[in-house]
Design a protein around this ligand. Structure first.
Ligand code: 13P
Ligand code: SF4
Length: 342
């Protein structure tokens, strides 16, 4: 994917829609109670959103939390495929996403029709599909995986069963190396993790020789080769909390550093650099479309909503439920800001 040609445009907040004197945090909390809503947020959201959320987690934790909540409304502060998972698992609930344009480059790389053709060309393969895809692609898949359960799920599939993996070729290649399986890969990439620069990372490591590197498996192999720990966002958080190192280099979206700093205030976290030597280019442009203003508006208006046609939802539910059944059991983690209310 040509990252230079990639410039997603957020939905503008209409002029006058939010009174500039409003206490946004107080209003969000008031509307949340009025709507009997729960606010779920991914670690890549801006700190203010992470702080007001009832639960902050990785993709797997968030889907489990969405399936388990008693709330009437789920305000999902993440990207569209994550909110769609909440709707697939909890169809009776109203699921709102602050900005409906908050997509994902992996989702965009994998149009459902092209994916269906790919599957048709490889009928003997089962499809393990990364959760970062549309509901329509999930509907064409056999098992959904996230970065935190993919390896364990592959290891449950008989060795002689051919597997295709979509849409992230870097995660797929990493899993092939880890499991020793020959995975047929769709060629999508994450526009954020693709931008880390190996040359700049080597320079940074030379400046901080004691600092381990923690990386998300959506990074290309040449970045993962320098990593001391590779894992999902929650797994990276657990690593940096437990590791004795006082300075740690983080090769994933830098908003996650907010939780790291909260858990380990005396440690120093340095975002891995992009080609220009700083890490600001590694912020996810889709996650950044959500804002406190848009969270307030979506709780006020109960729009924009995630709506799925029932046939797609039911077809996508099958591989998602397989994922939940095949995921190693772990207790649902405690919300990062301890505010679980629904
Ligand atoms: P996690 O499941 O590790 O949170 O990853 C989601 C994601 O979109 C990473 O770019
Ligand atoms: Fe998609 Fe990458 Fe953003 Fe994650 S960080 S939501 S994979 S574009």
């Amino acid at each position: 994917m040509d990252v230079r040609a990639f410039d997603p445009v957020p939905t503008p907040v209409p002029a006058g829609a939010v009174d500039p004197d409003l206490d946004l945090e107080a209003e969000i909390l008031r509307l949340k109670a009025e709507r009997k809503a729960v606010i779920l947020a991914h670690f890549y959201q801006e700190p203010a959103i992470q702080e007001i959320a009832d639960f902050v987690g990785d993709s797997l934790d968030l889907s489990r939390r969405a399936a388990a909540t008693n709330a009437n409304v789920i305000a999902f502060c993440g990207v569209r495929f994550m909110a769609e998972v909440a709707k697939i698992l909890s169809p009776e609930k109203t699921v709102v996403l602050p900005d409906l344009r908050a997509g994902c480059s992996l989702e965009e790389s994998c149009p459902p029709e092209a994916f269906a053709e790919f599957r048709a060309r490889h009928r003997d393969h089962i499809s393990l599909t990364y959760v970062n895809c549309s509901a329509a692609v999930k509907a064409h898949s056999d098992i959904i995986v996230t970065s935190s359960n993919a390896e364990a799920i592959i290891n449950q599939i008989p060795k002689d069963q051919p597997i295709l993996f979509a849409p992230d070729r870097h995660l797929g290649a990493y899993l092939a190396r880890k499991t020793g399986r020959d995975l047929l890969l769709w060629q999508g990439t994450c526009v954020v993790h693709e931008r880390f620069s190996e040359r700049e990372l080597i320079k940074l490591k030379a400046r901080y020789p004691e600092a381990p590197v923690a990386a998300h498996p959506e990074c290309p192999e040449q970045i993962l080769d320098h990593a001391d720990h590779v894992g999902s966002t929650s797994s990276i958080l657990a690593f940096v909390k437990d590791d004795p190192a006082q300075t740690i280099i983080i090769a994933t979206e830098p908003h996650i550093i907010h939780q790291m700093q909260k858990a380990s205030p005396h440690k120093t976290f340095i975002g891995a650099p992009g080609a220009d030597g700083n890490c600001s280019c590694n912020m996810c442009p889709f996650m950044a479309m959500n804002s406190m203003e848009k969270l307030y508006l979506c709780l006020k208006n109960l729009e924009p909503r995630i709506e799925l046609d029932e046939a797609t939802r039911l077809a996508a539910l099958v591989p998602l439920e397989r994922m939940l059944e095949m995921s190693p059991l772990k207790a649902l983690p405690v919300a990062a800001p301890a505010r679980i209310s629904a």
